[in-house]
Write a protein that binds this ligand. Structure first.
Ligand code: HEC
Ligand code: HEC
Length: 369
């Protein structure tokens, strides 16, 4: 490229950047499109995604084939503070690998120090989550999810998503990485979404003690096995956890239910999205995989330990909670859980077998910088 050519390209791109001004009322996704600098790259390398043994069958997204380069780009975006307004915070600030990609703080802090009202959520096995994302399900797919944090004023706080894209475009690092992943160096919102989706899909957790045993390797201790029987057992002797959290592999149905935490709601959960009063108090049933790593618990992080959670299910389910799931009072039989302290301890021992240390130590998921 001679200097004259570069000058023309720069002028064209700075002209295009005009469309991304935060105060531009007509700003649309299209205005955000950038022609890049004309770099062309070869075809990206297909990534071999291994479906874990014993999990329900699922498909990969047909319109976003996984590639080595796409996944690496997604991983960089996940860990790069460049996506926050003052370049201090990345997705990983609130989604830490050692905590199965959640935040050990009750409420995460955004770049301004402001806090939200919900506990961060762990991220793994997203291909098996067919019911949407966030505690209230407001993002139908993972692609829809990855834009929100960047412009959320109490998270990464960019005024518009265009602003964040512009910061990426200013770096040769990202022009090169988008080029390697997508064949040319155009940086768009779609491609940002595709790359993050690819990385998040690879975050598969399937190597806990329980996974190995369910697939025929090794065995539970006496206490773990007793805990497993409680987990999958009907009350009064069982704990009846399996109806909502029982699918082997995913450890959730991911349905939105009210498990009876409160008699009246400060956070109405799913109803905020659906507008239906019968959805008040319903939240996504979380997976119990890696649960020993993801305290505090519930959408508002109100419980610090698994013991507190099990005490709640045994003694404190609010029977008068509106839209209480029928399973919580055991199909209106009035039969309550009657777990004694020994049984509670055994249930915790079983839940601890769902911890996947391979996952939290996998170098492929760690900070690439
Ligand atoms: C300031 C902290 C913070 C940052 C930064 C952040 N998140 Fe989150 N994340 C949260 C919280 C809190 C929730 C739950 C919010 C809710 O349900 O309303 C969440 C939920 C999610 C979920 C939903 C998981 C599920 O099972 O439904 C995904 C996926 C996710 N975040 C990915 C990301 C990505 C990708 C980024 C970076 C672009 C990011 N997060 C940045 C705090 C954060
Ligand atoms: C009716 C379905 C249902 C049943 C039955 C049920 N749960 Fe839950 N569970 C939920 C929902 C919904 C949440 C999230 C509630 C919220 O945050 O408002 C939850 C949350 C949890 C959490 C916290 C997860 C996190 O990431 O914060 C744990 C731990 C848990 N349940 C364990 C159990 C155990 C153990 C049992 C059996 C004693 C059980 N659950 C029975 C629906 C259920």
């Amino acid at each position: 490229l001679n200097k004259y050519y570069i000058f023309i390209l720069l002028s064209i791109s700075s002209f295009i950047y005009q469309g991304c001004k935060p105060d531009d009322p007509k700003k649309t996704t299209e205005d955000c499109e950038d022609l890049g600098e004309g770099g062309i790259c070869g075809t990206a390398t297909p990534y071999n995604f291994i479906m874990p043994q014993g999990f329900p069958a699922v498909n990969l997204p047909a319109d976003n084939p996984l590639t080595e380069e796409g996944i690496l780009l997604g991983r960089m975006l996940f860990y790069d503070p460049i996506l926050s307004l003052d370049s201090t915070q990345s997705c990983a600030s609130c989604h830490k690998q050692e905590n199965a990609f959640t935040d050990p703080r009750q409420f995460s802090e955004g770049i301004t120090g402001a806090v939200g009202t919900r506990n961060s959520m762990p991220i793994f096995n997203i291909l098996w989550q067919k019911t949407g994302f966030f505690w209230d399900g407001r993002a139908p797919g993972i692609r829809d999810q990855v834009i929100g944090p960047v412009t959320n004023p109490i998270e990464m706080a960019h005024e518009t998503f265009c602003d964040a894209l512009d910061k990426l475009r200013e770096t040769s690092r990202y022009r090169n990485k988008f080029c390697e992943a997508f064949g040319d160096d155009v940086i768009t919102e779609d491609r940002y979404q595709m790359a993050l989706e690819q990385f998040l899909i690879t975050l598969v957790s399937a190597d806990s003690k329980s996974d190995k045993i369910e697939n025929g390797q090794g065995s539970f201790t006496f206490d773990e096995l007793s805990g497993r029987k409680i987990f999958f057992g009907e009350p009064p002797l069982g704990g009846d956890c399996f109806h909502c959290h029982g699918t082997i592999g995913t450890f959730s149905t991911f349905e939105y239910t009210n498990n009876g935490l409160d008699t009246s709601f400060t956070d109405i959960g799913m109803a905020e999205v659906s507008g239906k009063s019968y959805d008040q108090g319903k939240f996504k049933t979380p997976s119990l995989r890696n649960i020993a790593l993801t305290a505090p618990y519930m959408h508002d992080g109100r419980f610090n330990t698994l013991k507190e959670v099990i005490d709640f299910y045994t003694d404190s389910v609010q029977e008068s909670s509106p839209n209480l799931d029928p399973l919580m009072n055991h199909n209106n039989t009035g039969i309550k859980l009657q777990l004694n302290e020994i049984q509670k301890g055994q249930l915790i021992k079983y839940l601890e077998t769902l911890t996947d240390t391979t996952f939290i130590n996998n170098p492929a998921f760690s900070n690439p910088f």
